[in-house]
Design a protein around this ligand. Sequence first.
Ligand code: LMR
Length: 394
Amino acid sequence: MLTDLTPQPPDKILRLMAMFRDDPRTDKIDLGVGVYKNAEGVTPVMRAVKAAERRLAEAQETKAYTNLSGDPAFCRAMRDLLLKDSVGEERVAIAATPGGTGAIRQGLELMRYADLAATAWFSSPTWPNHLTIARYLGVPMREYRYFDNATRDVEFDGMIEDLKGASSGDLVVLHGCCHNPTGANLTADQWETLAELLTKTGAIPFIDIAYQGFGDGLDEDAFGTRLLASQMPEMLIAASCSKNFGVYRERTGVLIAIAPDACSKPRVQDTLAFLNRQNFSFPPDHGARVVQMILDDPDLRADWQAELEDVRNGMLGLREQLASELRMRSNSERFDFITRHRGMFSRIGATPEQVLELRERHGIYMVGDSRINVAGLNSDTVPVLAQAIIDVGI
Ligand code: LMR
């Protein structure tokens, strides 16, 4: 059995992490994997997380199993954070999952379990793991246009045109905010148009929201999610706490399934629990417990929000600085899209050869499609990147 296994193609993002680690140059710059770093290049444990962990260590009396769907208080806190009052709780089924990736996986499992013939639609481009998970599960897949390489903005007309082809019951995977890998996002009007189209076709939105609070703010980043939740009869949401709580390795996330009515919710909730049981049984609890403590404690929550705001504003500042350095060096405004993009990422539009040259000649690491992690920069490295971008002729 094991000798017959075919070699796995390396995950592009994780391979880049290893290459960076092995590069002996001391002035190398890591703009690869989507992990927040402060100006010192450190991914800190957030203050509120440290405080909650200390309290938890004192207060927790048992590590016995929780629920198959995770700690109910965590699920409720996440529902409020994501959805506020956009949809009645009597329609919202929710299960904790191992991170946002676990939620994506469980969402696709749910779709396959419910309807083998349904197709999952993904933006072109999207986070590569979306595609590999769907392929692995044997889910029928289609792509819709999303990113305009010339303007580096959303190609909205093409997106709508393509999504007119989605059938009732198909799943349309959307990035709730801070699109990964491009950084280009829908406007409020575009979300409205999309909601109308989905209502017409009967396709079901599946929102992946992994960066709430990294774009324009916690509520602003949930705008599209809440709008769809208030209008769609059915909807799935995969949410991650990895980034906005900085609990990457704790694997903390939720899958939400909005049922068409209160009557069908218990069946949906039971199915989420069943699917958890089949894949990993009980979801991880430590990160979930910490997140719930922060969200439910006014002081911890205020401190978390303040730190998250600093993180968000830091990234916006780096975007402004990078665009301004590039304006100066290129004598043009052609890189101003960097200030319109939101979240950790921007796709800067380099060719694979230019990406390679940036890595080999300048020690600057980015994903092959020229996605940069803005949080990998600091005010000293921004001018270095700007000069290198000009040097390689982007
Ligand atoms: C990324 O896109 O870099 C992050 O979501 C980390 C990952 O697991 O790929």
